[in-house]
Design a protein around this ligand. Structure first.
Ligand code: CMP
Length: 140
C-alpha cells in the first residue's frame, strides 16, 4: 500500500445540480482526502488541451463543449491506492454500466454528463495535476 495522489474533476452537470458536496462526500467516504480544490470555468483552449488524447474521437467536440458549459471543480485526491480507489468509487464511464453505490450510478445523467473525471494512471495523474495546480496549491 502506498500513498498516492490522483486528479479529479467534478463536471458541469454536477455543479449545475449543486452536487459538489454530495460528490466530495462520496470521495471522502471512499478514503480519499481532498488536498487541493478549486472551482473554475475552463476555457475552450484549456478543455481541448486537457482532453487532447481524445482529439480524434467522434465525441471530442461535444465533450469539450460540455466541459466548458459551466463551472467545474478540479481536485487533487490523496490516499492509499488513490488512483484505483477513485476509479472504483467513480464507477464505469457510462452510468448505465456502473455498479450500485458508485458516484456515476447514483448521480450521473449520461455517458457525457457523467459527473466526474478521474485519472486512469499514475502517470496521467501527475500530468493532469500539473495542468491545473502549482505545487504550493496542494496541501497534504
Ligand atoms: P472522462 O473520464 O472525463 O474522459 C473522457 C470523457 O469522454 C468521458 O469521461 C466521457 O464523459 C466522455 N464521453 C462522451 N461520449 C463518450 C463516448 N461515446 N465514449 C466514451 N466517452 C465519452
Amino acid at each position: 500500500m502506498t500513498t498516492e495522489r490522483t486528479f479529479s474533476i467534478i463536471k458541469p452537470d454536477a455543479t449545475r445540480r449543486n452536487l459538489t458536496g454530495a460528490v466530495t462526500k462520496m470521495l471522502e467516504a471512499a478514503g480519499l482526502r481532498v488536498v487541493a480544490s478549486k472551482r473554475i470555468h475552463m476555457t475552450q483552449e484549456q478543455a481541448e488541451g486537457f482532453y487532447a488524447v481524445h482529439k480524434e474521437r467522434p465525441f471530442f467536440g461535444e465533450l469539450v463543449s460540455f466541459m466548458i458549459s459551466g463551472p467545474v471543480v478540479v481536485q487533487v485526491l490523496e490516499g492509499e491506492n488513490a488512483m484505483a480507489r477513485n476509479r472504483e468509487v467513480m464507477g464505469a464511464t457510462n452510468p448505465a454500466n456502473a455498479e450500485p453505490g458508485t458516484i456515476r450510478k447514483e448521480l450521473a445523467e449520461s455517458i457525457e454528463a457523467n459527473t466526474v473525471h478521474g485519472s486512469d494512471s499514475l502517470e496521467n495523474a501527475a500530468t493532469e495535476i500539473a495542468y491545473f495546480f502549482k505545487p504550493e496549491e496542494i496541501v497534504g
